[in-house]
Unconditional design. Structure first.
Length: 184
């Protein structure tokens, strides 16, 4: 049932308020027409509403904390590893999938992999955060910039990608940084 898991993850990401810009707009359009997706979002909103946000923080038992950090992938040094085999690929647009590797719930910074099949085209979108795009495999054209493996493209806050396309397919590492401002 990967499709059900995909819907669950996408609904959770939305309910947590982690979608912005065109990504959020596309999800809202889909939400309008999908009762299943509406049900999943409502379920996540109910789950999250049950958290007592204003409550004083309690320190977990050290043994419990060790188990929690291990299951989340944190090492004893406090670092975290996202494994290739873990996580869920989410359908983004036809021929395009995204997998979030890391989401910071405090700052809304995100790191993800974006996979585009040969010939795929992503919709035009504005940047409300600075976006760093590293080509890991394949080719991608961002407006008039042709990029290949190892190339890095940075789209500052306030810029717009008119088109994003690939001829032979690609795998991109994306990082969104909300702590930047538009250039003057």
């Amino acid at each position: 049932m990967p499709e059900d898991n995909d819907t669950d993850v996408r609904a959770a990401v939305f309910a947590l308020g982690l979608l912005e810009g065109e990504e959020r707009a596309a999800f809202l359009r889909e939400l309008e027409n999908s009762e299943n997706l509406q049900d999943e979002v409502e379920l996540w909103q109910t789950r999250l509403a049950q958290l007592e946000i204003g409550r004083d923080a309690l320190e977990p038992d050290p043994a419990d904390w060790a188990m929690i950090t291990q299951r989340l992938g944190f090492s004893s040094s406090g670092t975290r590893t996202a494994r290739e085999r873990e996580g869920v690929w989410i359908a983004y647009e036809p021929g395009i999938e995204i997998k979030y590797l890391q989401v910071d719930p405090t700052s809304a910074a995100r790191t993800a992999l974006l996979r585009m099949q040969a010939g795929a085209v992503a919709s035009s979108h504005p940047h409300d955060q600075t976006e760093h795009c590293l080509v890991i495999e394949g080719d991608v054209t961002l407006d008039d910039h042709d990029l290949v493996k190892g190339d890095l493209h940075v789209a500052p806050v306030g810029t717009v990608h008119g088109s994003v396309r690939t001829k032979g397919g690609c795998l991109l590492l994306l990082r969104w940084d909300p702590n930047t401002t538009a250039a003057a």
